[in-house]
Design a protein around this ligand. Structure first.
Ligand code: SF4
Length: 283
């Protein structure tokens, strides 16, 4: 059957062929307790993070480049993935954090139908997803964690090869943001946090994203402004991406978010932009 799960709609027969996302089935590069997600996600013990191989968006600057290009990762079945969920739960994970799930969401749903953890399930996505796929996995998701990356089709085309990113991601984020927020002592149990990774030389696009979020989402949806960009991946041909964000750039976007009244607002300090924060891959 031809796969049209994600907006790339490449039509690969995933029983036999690798899709444009780089994988046929599920691959996992690492799972562990991640201490550096937003405080309501990592909370006390850390977020039970599962990194999936492959990606339907494939940003040139990907901070997890080897994993998103499917160069790392061990093939697992949905049953084995369900076992990983149990393992993370048993070692005290605050939640199960599915990183880059969009191109394998149908298989993750299969794993979650075998075993639904008793802790929240976090869907940690690039936002480049079809509403039909999100609706299919929504019954298993407690927390949506999309990163709305670009507003401009020119930027998304330059850095991902897709000029329709905002068309899909804006609808995806609007859908995700409808989930009511449930907190318990500062920990998020249910709802949505919208992330935005600020890129060097792209702050005008960041301001457009904030304008969109302010007008299109219900008030009170938490925003996470990410400063962690570190030059990695395949950025040799993109000189503007070969540096970290300046303090001036971050403060420009942060100041605008404060002026628009985003609350809650999660921020990152400049030390977050270090390669040390990229995990060592296990598989
Ligand atoms: S999920 Fe992968 S195989 Fe399916 S349409 Fe998207 S890129 Fe192609």
């Amino acid at each position: 059957m031809q796969c049209k799960l994600c907006p790339a709609a490449c039509g690969a027969d995933r029983n036999f062929q690798t899709g444009r996302c780089g994988v046929k089935g599920l691959t996992v590069a690492k799972y562990y307790l991640h201490p550096y997600e937003e405080p309501p996600i990592s909370y006390k013990n850390g977020s039970g993070t599962v990194f999936f191989g492959g990606c339907a968006l494939s940003c040139v600057f990907c901070q997890n480049y080897e994993v998103s290009r499917a160069a790392r990762g061990k093939a697992v079945t949905p049953k084995e993935l369900a076992q990983i969920f149990k393992e993370l739960e048993e070692i005290g994970a605050e939640n199960i954090n599915l990183v880059t799930p969009d191109h394998v969401s149908h298989l993750i749903a299969e794993a979650l139908s075998l075993y639904k953890p008793h802790i929240p399930v976090v869907y940690n996505s690039s936002g480049y997803a079809k509403l039909s796929a999100l609706r299919a996995i929504a019954p298993y998701v407690d927390i949506w964690l999309p990163d709305l990356k670009f507003c401009s089709p020119a930027f998304s085309a330059r850095y991902t090869g897709k000029d329709d990113y905002f068309e899909y991601a804006s609808e995806a984020v609007k859908f995700m943001a409808q989930k009511p927020l449930v907190w318990q002592d500062g920990k998020l149990l249910s709802g949505c946090i919208v992330r935005h990774l600020i890129l060097p030389a792209c702050t005008s696009d960041s301001l457009k994203i904030l304008d969109f979020l302010k007008t299109a989402l219900p008030s009170g949806v938490p925003l996470s402004l990410m400063r962690q960009y570190t030059p990695m991946g395949d950025t040799e041909n993109y000189p503007e991406l070969r540096r970290k964000l300046t303090a001036r750039e971050y403060n420009r976007v942060l100041g605008y978010a404060l002026a628009l009244g985003f609350d809650p607002l999660f921020t990152q300090d400049k030390d977050s932009a270090e390669k040390d924060f990229i995990p060592d891959w296990d598989f």
